[in-house]
Design a protein around this ligand. Structure first.
Ligand code: PLP
Length: 370
């Protein structure tokens, strides 16, 4: 950062993946895995994805005809939307939403319909959700655990969404890239595992967050073979394929022992607790996230005290005063004013960076007091 600060804005870890994954990628390059793969993914990676999805998500997809390996979850989402959207179709999303879903909808030609998740616990109003479904609805996008709110959708919520998808004969597209970053004994549930949903769900995931390799660009989409057939066509023309050596290393990642996921959770739980405490102490208002590695905090009081008019001005002030970069809440809503008192912090950070952040937040607290 130009101001010599810490970047809590973008969602990637500032620490390395496990050594064995780095080694697997090096070995793949050294043993000749340097050319195009089969466009929809290396067979051994698709096999490993299918096995893990069955083990962890209780969903059963055929690696031969129902899995597409993509360049990250990012490509899986746009390829899916481009594969399913026809003129006049509507896509439902919950807001605040991960920033890419807006442009994804524009690029695919869909009209977006919004359902608001409200703080402090980021629930939605079930009647508001029911009202946005109609004959033009093609799909609803779910992201659980959720960026930016940290919400983990409950079984009751997912069952309600599933009922509406069945009633209106539409798809669920579920982005589950934070499935292993989850706290307080919350349980991640894949909507595709619910009755009647396997054939009308596209489940998106990637190596990026679970294995701390956001630069490797390997993701995937699981869906019934008729939908997969269309996704694979779009994917082929968008990118040809995901990087071959990182697909090979992905097999090693997906076969890691259960203890890997336990350690990941414990690392992120400690980081979450430290940052939540430091933010509360500095004067932010927030609820601890239940999953993912973001905190969407209410900065109303601090904005007043520091004389910042809205989230954009406040985020700039945090950079100048304390060298802390965040994302203003306005970035996550279709009407910016809805996020004008919120800022998002990413806490996928090493212990040393967390120490630095706590010092800087304490500086903010002292400034407000002075
Ligand atoms: N989906 C969500 C909800 C995200 O937060 C992100 C990255 O921050 C992505 C997708 C991007 O994933 P990938 O790196 O696999 O493209």
């Amino acid at each position: 950062m130009a101001e010599g600060g810490v970047n809590l804005a973008q969602g990637f870890p500032d620490f390395d993946p496990p050594q064995e994954l780095k080694q697997a990628a090096i070995e793949a390059i050294e043993t000749g895995c340097n050319q195009y793969s089969i466009t929809f993914g290396e067979p051994d990676l698709r096999g490993a994805i299918a096995a893990k999805a069955l083990r962890y998500n209780q969903i059963d997809y055929d690696p031969g005809s129902e899995i597409t390996v993509t360049c990250g979850a990012t490509e899986a989402m746009i390829a899916t939307l481009k594969a399913i959207v026809n003129p006049g179709d509507e896509i439902i999303i919950f807001e605040p939403y991960y920033e890419n879903y807006g442009p994804d909808a524009i690029l695919s030609g869909a009209r977006l319909r919004y359902v608001t998740l409200r703080p402090p616990d980021w629930r939605y109003d079930p009647s508001e959700l029911a009202e946005v479904f109609n004959f033009n609805t093609k799909a609803i996008i779910i992201n659980t655990p959720n960026n930016p709110t940290g919400k983990v959708f409950s079984i009751t919520e997912l069952e309600d969404i599933a009922k509406l998808c069945i009633q209106w004969d539409c798809l669920a597209i579920t982005d589950e890239i934070y499935e292993h970053i989850i706290y307080d004994n919350e349980r991640h549930i894949s909507i595709a595992a619910l009755e009647g949903m396997a054939d009308r769900t596209v489940t998106i995931n990637s190596l990026s967050k679970t294995y701390s390799v956001t630069g490797w660009r390997v993701g995937w989409a699981l869906a019934h073979k008729n939908i997969t057939h269309r996704i694979r066509k779009v994917h082929d023309f968008l990118t040809v394929g995901a990087p071959t050596p990182f697909q090979k290393a992905g097999v090693c990642a997906l076969n890691l022992e259960e203890t890997y996921y336990e350690k990941l959770q414990s690392r992120y739980t400690q980081a979450r607790d430290r940052i939540c405490d430091a933010l509360l102490d500095a004067g932010f208002n927030l609820r601890s996230p239940k999953g993912a590695y973001y905190i969407m905090a209410d900065a109303d009081r601090l904005m007043d005290q520091l004389g910042a008019d809205g989230a954009d001005a406040f985020s700039l002030k945090l950079i100048h005063l304390a060298g802390i970069a965040t994302v203003p809440g306005t970035a996550f809503y279709h009407m910016e004013e809805m996020g004008n008192n919120q800022v998002r912090f990413c806490f996928a950070k090493s212990a040393a960076t967390l120490d630095e952040i706590c010092l800087r937040l304490d500086k903010v607290k002292q400034m407000v007091k002075a």
